[in-house]
Design a protein around this ligand. Sequence first.
Ligand SMILES: Nc1ncnc2c1ncn2[C@@H]1O[C@H](COP(=O)(O)OP(=O)(O)OP(=O)(O)O)[C@@H](O)[C@H]1O
Ligand SMILES: [Mg+2]
Length: 321
Amino acid sequence: MALLEVQGLRTYFKTQEGTLKAVDGIDFMLEKGQAMGLAGESGCGKTTAALSIMKLLPANGYIAGGRINFMGQDMAKVTGDKLRAIRWRDISIIFQGAMNALNPVKRVGEQITEPIILHEKVDEAVAMKRAKELFEMVGINPNRIREYPHEFSGGMRQRVMIAMALACKPRLVIADEPTTALDVMIQAQIISLLKNLQKELDLAMIVISHDLSVLAETCEQLSIMYAGKIVERASSAEVFEDPQQPYTKGLIAAFPNIHGKKIMPASIAGNPPNLIRAPLGCRFAERCFMAKEVCLKEEPKLVEVKPGHWAACHFVPPLRG
Ligand SMILES: Nc1ncnc2c1ncn2[C@@H]1O[C@H](COP(=O)(O)OP(=O)(O)OP(=O)(O)O)[C@@H](O)[C@H]1O
Ligand SMILES: [Mg+2]
């Protein structure tokens, strides 16, 4: 059985202008110890998908349909104490921009021991010992455990966040833009830290980023989101070597190649559609150089186009007719 299986997940927000369909029917699966990347431009629903799995949506957000099967239970239906027990103990999340969200008036050690004491019902000394081990694991000198967040650099605060996410030995860690606010050198360090921890602890991981190189390095599987849908899914190598869906092709082409040259593709000009009044057909149609009439009328389904490689485009023929 898969560790996490998301089927037909729809997450909507109530807004003054109407219902905003931020995640509109996505499917994916994650095995124990597997890392999946979730990519796509700003506003396509990556964070909303992550928050749905954790059931941490803002007050105007709700799961409108689908199933989130985690270790045999449907997260969409779990509530109360049972939900609180799963959060942090089994699934944890490194929030987007979280390194700036540490409580400034609390020592970092205390912020790590809190969930350990709460979830594992151990005393402070045991929790502190574990917090020090976690510091060591993420490459911070354990002697700094009593310092305050402002005494750490941005990269180190991100390491503290990773330590916090690992505090209760979860099976699944969701990392939402874990390196976006960091400079390139520190980014590389955090990426290799995440990669090593994932292997060492046999963690399942969902890494969210608009930076494809981060995902290529950390994840064996990639899902590309566009306007609330997954438009392509395959191994990272496949997505990079043989992207099928025009949006994915645009994303890959927009990326600096190994020689550092950046090619801006004409196909990706324009903006994603308004998710309150999403278009009927393919959501990428109005930006797509390949679009024909059918694309404006009919929504393409995500179909297997090569073994293990799925894409949603009217012009990519399915593997099995
Ligand atoms: N609380 C909210 N109320 C209304 N709409 C929201 C709310 N939170 C997010 N949205 C909308 O839902 C859509 C998806 O947002 P989300 O934050 O999931 O995107 P994202 O892919 O994580 O983007 P980014 O790369 O910028 O982090 C966007 O259109 C956003 O404006
Ligand atoms: Mg986000």
